[in-house]
Design a protein around this ligand. Structure first.
Ligand SMILES: [Zn+2]
Ligand SMILES: [Zn+2]
Length: 257
């Protein structure tokens, strides 16, 4: 399976060569999308990703750096479908989100665009709760709430994901209040941890994972905050002094998992 990074930045003002957070896993010819920061569909299309092979989009929480590109992603899938005269290859497009207002608002905007966003397929939403969200022939996606946002009358608003595919386990932190939000996923171990650094020091996270001896085989940081944006090389050096294999994701990275 391949991991595509379309955006590696946290919710900062615009930075050269970095966009807000979005990534996808390609498994069995299908793209499973996680978060949809600004311009993710533009970057993906120009990287050669066939957006008609996207049918499941998982949104960790409703902050702009995770949903700013969602409307455009859905719009571009429809555009490609009409330009090519093809339907999305794996059926309807489903957006998994903890916040249904986000989805309803984006669809409202889309319905004011060309052709009122009428599609020959459906764009659906499913509300994320602590549960297994999807379990198909390629992938199992589990969601667990974290404390980045408080619980509301609508339920928990921010989630971390655990993906099982091709006998591998990948944890995507989403945004976290503290790394202890995902203790259970860390204790149970994973082949790859995609950990946000917008709210955390990379060096401290490396130290905690090493000290607690969590069975995390590979560690890749994304959703970079100012520590990495202001001093990429210095921060990487300090993190690698603790974990020599640690990676800092960059926009347009394509990694074998
Ligand atoms: Zn964020
Ligand atoms: Zn956030």
């Amino acid at each position: 399976m391949k991991l595509y990074i379309f955006g590696s930045c946290s919710g900062t003002e615009p930075f050269e060569a970095r966009h807000h957070t979005a990534l996808a896993l390609e498994i069995g010819g299908r793209f499973y999308w996680f978060d949809a920061g600004e311009s993710c569909s533009y970057t993906a299309h120009l990287l050669g990703v066939d957006l008609l092979r996207v049918s499941d989009i998982f949104i960790s929480h409703p902050h702009m750096d995770h949903v700013g590109g969602l409307g455009n992603l859905l719009w571009t899938i429809r555009k490609l479908s009409s330009v090519k005269g093809e339907l999305p290859q794996f059926g309807d497009v489903t957006v998994y989100t903890p916040n249904t207002d986000t989805f309803d608002g984006i669809l409202k905007v889309l319905r004011q665009t060309e052709g009122n966003y009428k599609c020959k397929y459906q764009t659906l939403s499913k509300k994320i709760t602590d549960s297994t969200l999807l379990n198909d022939e390629n992938i199992k996606v589990e969601a667990k709430h974290n404390l980045h946002l408080p619980e509301t009358a609508e339920g928990w608003q921010s989630f971390s994901f655990r993906v099982t595919a091709e006998n591998k386990r990948i944890v995507y932190s989403g945004d976290l209040k503290d790394i202890s939000d995902i203790t259970e996923y860390l204790e149970e171990g994973c082949d790859l941890l995609l950990m946000e650094t917008g709210h955390h020091s990379a060096e401290k996270i490396c130290r905690i994972i090493a000290d607690k001896k969590y069975p995390v085989k590979e560690l890749c940081f994304l959703h970079h905050g100012r520590e990495i944006l202001n001093d990429y090389d210095g921060t990487l050096k300090r993190a690698r002094a603790i974990n020599p294999n640690v990676k800092f994701a960059n926009d347009k990275d394509i990694l074998d998992v």
